[in-house]
Design a protein around this ligand. Sequence first.
Ligand code: SAM
Length: 235
Amino acid sequence: MTFLVHQVFKSVADSYDAMNDVMSCGVHRLWKDELMRTLDPSPHTRLLDVAGGTGDIAFRYLKYISDMKGDGHVTIADINGSMLEEGKKRAFNLELNQDNISWVECDAENLPMKSDSYSAYTIAFGIRNVTHIDKALDEAYRVLEPGGRFLCLEFSQVNPTALRWLYDQYSFNVIPVMGHVVAGQWKPYQYLVESIRKFPCQEDFKYMIESAGFRCVTYTNLTFGVVAIHSGFKL
Ligand code: SAM
């Protein structure tokens, strides 16, 4: 599974950002903005963004802090060097201060970071690709300091059922075709759709987060549950 995921993201790395816009009609940007508003970081927030890919969450964090006239630091962790390389190019093009970003190639299930070392952990559209979600959640808990916040943005279960049917038609029939037309790739996008279908629903995932030790676990549905933001604290 890990090898497959690695191959998928290696093959889509250079088209990943464009495809995100095409597949979600740009809405992924609003979902990610909402994640950042939920985190509401301050210049003191020490953020670890896991499965950070090409930097969408981390760059939003840096912008949020710079809008407050502050200076922040973010660590972007991802298992795939090709995604991180794309992120570095984007950071360069956006003229971001490289001193404010650390790029770490590593597995969410086995983070090289010290325990109790971050005040916030984010993971956006990443946890469903992890082989053992429980291990990734245990690691999130370990690296957060007491009081630290876990936030996960992930595809979830659409409600009501009528809309779910429409959404299924779109994701199973349209997304792989778009992947083929726009990025010349069918299989990786088929994999992405299947991984969305297999991911636990909102309540089941909430229970998994609680089982890792997090407290005050809540979730917010966005766009009728197409995605959800789960939040928890290490107390
Ligand atoms: N967070 C970014 C965003 O929202 O645009 C990237 C999301 S992308 C759909 C999923 C990312 O998860 C890929 O960059 C992939 O390499 C990474 N990933 C998959 N399995 C991982 C693992 N076990 N540990 C760390 N990163 C992983």
